[in-house]
Design a protein around this ligand. Structure first.
Ligand code: ADP
Length: 172
């Protein structure tokens, strides 16, 4: 049920890809920049109507020129050492994204490793929160959940965490 892959999330033909956005929702570097570049200029216009988004919350837009139907934008927490609610905020990025996916009938969703780029969240800790939050989600999960890692090293960390926390591959 949970799959891990290495690659560019903008290439995935899933119902929703998640964007590790910033609070302006107006684009930035990293995966955010890649998603805006691939979706085309309509995306920033669609995001502008939200007037930003608090850390840990999420907003949904169409995918425009992306193969994905929707983009779910969620600003992850900046890592400050772990005592500023980073873990809870990162977990809310995942739950709020799953909620929007469910509300919009998404059967497949792909997540990047939120906050682990310029926001500096330690990769293993971020993967543990991502995997445990998805597994603990009590409502209906999309049939296909992909952790789309940009590097093979990140994917290896993610696979190791899944094999530890979800040895059966997650609940059906
Ligand atoms: P944040 O600000 O949340 O840290 P970043 O975009 O800097 O966001 O990094 C988040 C993660 O997204 C990092 O693991 C980075 O390697 C990864 N990433 C960057 N570009 C892509 C892409 N095109 N597809 C998937 N993951 C990507």
């Amino acid at each position: 049920m949970i799959q891990v892959m290495t690659g560019d999330i903008t290439r995935l033909a899933v119902d929703a890809i998640v964007n590790a956005a910033n609070r302006t929702l107006l684009g930035g570097g990293g995966v955010d920049g890649a998603i805006h570049a691939a979706a085309g200029p309509e995306l920033v216009k669609a995001c502008a109507v939200f007037g930003g988004c608090p850390t840990g919350e999420a907003r949904i837009t169409p995918g425009f020129r992306l193969p994905a139907k929707f983009v779910i934008h969620t600003p992850g927490p900046v890592w400050h050492g772990g005592n500023r609610g980073e873990k809870e905020l990162l977990a809310s990025c995942y739950t709020n994204s799953l909620r929007l996916a469910a509300e919009n009938g998404c059967r497949s969703i792909a997540f990047p490793c939120i906050s682990t780029g310029v926001y500096g969240y330690p990769k293993r800790a971020a993967a543990e929160t991502a995997v445990s939050t998805v597994l603990a989600w009590e409502e209906k999960l999309p049939e296909e959940i992909i952790f789309c890692c940009f590097s093979a090293a990140d994917a290896a960390v993610c696979r190791e965490v899944i094999s530890r926390l979800a040895p059966e591959g997650g609940r059906p």
